[in-house]
Design a protein around this ligand. Structure first.
Ligand code: SF4
Ligand code: SF4
Length: 373
C-alpha cells in the first residue's frame, strides 16, 4: 500500500473577495474547467486534506467534493472567507467532523478594507459563531498579517481565545497562486513586535498546540526578515497541491507554476512516480524562496518534531520565571537590523518581492505571461 500523503485541493480560482494581497480574483478559473469529482476520485489516501480556493464555497458541488474527499482523508479542513454563511452551515450539518478556517484580516474596519467585501467581518464572524453554536469543534480564524493589520493581531487572537477557537496566522507571500509579486512587509520591526506579543501570549497558555503555534509565529518573524527557513521544505515528497485544472504541484509558493503531472490524464501512481515529478522534486530541493506557510511548515514540524519541541521546552522553561519568555531579538537578523548592521534595502532584496516582475497567474490557457487571455 502506498504511503498516505498530505494534500491541498484548490477547487476553484474564482473568488468573491478583493483582497489587497492577492489578485486571484482577477484571474479566475472557468467553472467548466474546474476539477471534477471523477478526478478527485483518483487522488491518493491522505492523512490531511485542505480544501481551498479562490473561495471554495463558490463551487455549487462543494458538498459532493467533500463527500468524496472524506472517503480518502483522515481529516479535512476547508479554508474560506466565510461569506457564504448558509452554504457553510448546510455543509457542516451534514459533515460536522470537518474543520473550517475563516480568514479574517483584522478587526472590523481593517478586515473590510483589506478584503474588499462589504460587511465581510460580520459575515465571517457570524458564520464562526453559528458553527460554534452548532457544536462544531474544529473551527477557527485565519489571518494573513501585513503592515495594515499587524496592530490587530493580538486583539484578534484574544477574540478567538474567548470563543475557544483555533487561530492560524500567515504573512505576505508572492507566487503564481496569489497572482502577486509585489507583496512585502514595509515596517518589519513593528510587525515583528506584534508577532512577538502573540508568541508570548501563546507560550503563556496551557495548550501544547498553542506552544507549537508560538514556534510557527517565531518562524514568521524569521520569514519577514527574509531569512532561510527554520525547517527544510519537503513539498512534493509527501505533500502535494492540486489546482482546478487537475495539475499536481509541489506547493503554492513557487513564482511560476511547477507541474508534476495532470490527474485528468494520468493515474495517481503514474503521475507521482513520473520523471516529470522527479524533475519537480529536484527543483524543490534547490528552492530558495523560503516560504513559511502552514501548508509546507506543518508537515515539516511533524517530520522534524525535535526542532520545534526543543524550542518549546526552552521557552516554557523561561516562562516559569519570566513575564515575556520570548524576544524577537533571539533572531540574529532582528538584532542586526536594530543595530544598523543590515539595511532595509538589503532585507528587501532577500524577500521574494519583485516590483519589476509580471506575476504568472497559473491559468490553463496562459503560458505565464500574466495577460488576461
Ligand atoms: S486571499 Fe483568498 S479570499 Fe482573498 S482574493 Fe485571494 S483567494 Fe480570494
Ligand atoms: S520553499 Fe517550499 S513551499 Fe516555498 S516555493 Fe519552495 S518548495 Fe514551495
Amino acid at each position: 500500500m502506498s504511503k498516505k500523503l498530505n494534500g491541498t485541493v484548490i477547487v476553484t480560482y474564482r473568488c468573491n473577495a478583493r483582497c489587497n494581497m492577492c489578485n486571484r480574483f482577477k484571474a479566475p478559473s472557468r467553472p467548466e474547467d474546474e476539477i471534477s469529482i471523477e478526478t478527485i476520485k483518483k487522488l491518493p489516501e491522505m492523512y490531511f486534506t485542505n480544501i481551498t480556493g479562490g473561495e471554495p464555497f463558490i463551487r455549487e458541488d462543494i458538498k459532493d467534493i467533500v463527500r468524496e474527499l472524506r472517503k480518502k482523508s483522515d481529516r479535512i479542513v476547508i479554508s474560506t472567507n466565510g461569506f457564504f454563511t448558509d452554504k457553510i452551515i448546510d455543509l457542516c450539518k451534514e459533515v460536522p467532523d470537518i474543520g473550517i478556517r475563516i480568514s479574517i484580516e483584522g478587526l472590523e474596519q481593517t478586515n473590510n478594507e483589506i478584503r474588499g467585501l462589504p460587511d465581510g467581518f460580520n459575515r465571517g464572524y457570524t458564520t464562526l459563531k453559528k458553527l460554534r453554536e452548532m457544536g462544531m469543534k474544529d473551527v477557527g480564524f485565519g489571518m494573513t498579517v501585513q503592515d495594515r493589520n499587524a496592530p490587530d493581531l493580538c486583539e484578534l487572537y484574544k477574540l478567538s481565545d474567548e470563543l475557544d477557537m483555533e487561530f492560524a496566522t500567515a504573512s505576505l507571500h508572492n507566487s503564481f497562486y496569489f497572482v502577486e509579486a509585489k507583496n512585502i512587509i514595509k515596517d518589519r520591526p513593528m510587525v515583528a513586535q506584534n508577532f512577538e506579543n502573540l508568541v508570548n501570549m501563546l507560550l503563556k497558555s496551557n495548550s501544547p498546540k498553542k506552544w507549537f503555534r508560538a514556534y510557527f509565529n517565531h518562524g514568521l518573524i524569521n520569514y519577514i526578515y527574509g531569512q532561510k527557513r527554520l525547517l527544510p521544505c519537503d513539498m512534493s515528497f509527501d505533500t502535494f497541491f492540486i489546482d482546478p485544472y487537475g495539475d499536481v504541484m509541489p506547493c503554492n509558493g513557487t513564482k511560476d507554476k511547477e507541474v508534476m503531472g495532470n490527474l485528468n490524464d494520468q493515474t495517481w501512481d503514474e503521475l507521482w512516480n513520473s520523471e516529470q515529478a522527479e524533475r519537480v522534486r529536484k527543483v524543490v530541493r534547490c528552492c530558495d524562496r523560503d516560504c513559511w506557510m502552514i501548508g509546507s511548515v506543518s508537515p515539516a514540524m511533524h517530520k522534524y518534531i525535535w526542532v520545534p519541541a526543543w524550542w518549546v521546552i526552552r521557552h516554557k522553561f523561561k516562562a516559569l520565571f519570566m513575564k515575556k519568555p520570548y524576544s524577537m531579538y533571539e533572531l540574529k537578523v532582528v538584532r542586526d537590523y536594530r543595530d544598523g548592521k543590515v539595511s532595509k534595502e538589503e532585507l528587501d532584496k532577500c524577500s521574494t518581492c519583485d516590483f519589476n516582475a509580471v506575476a504568472n497567474n497559473g491559468l490553463k490557457d496562459c503560458g505565464g505571461c500574466g495577460c488576461d487571455k
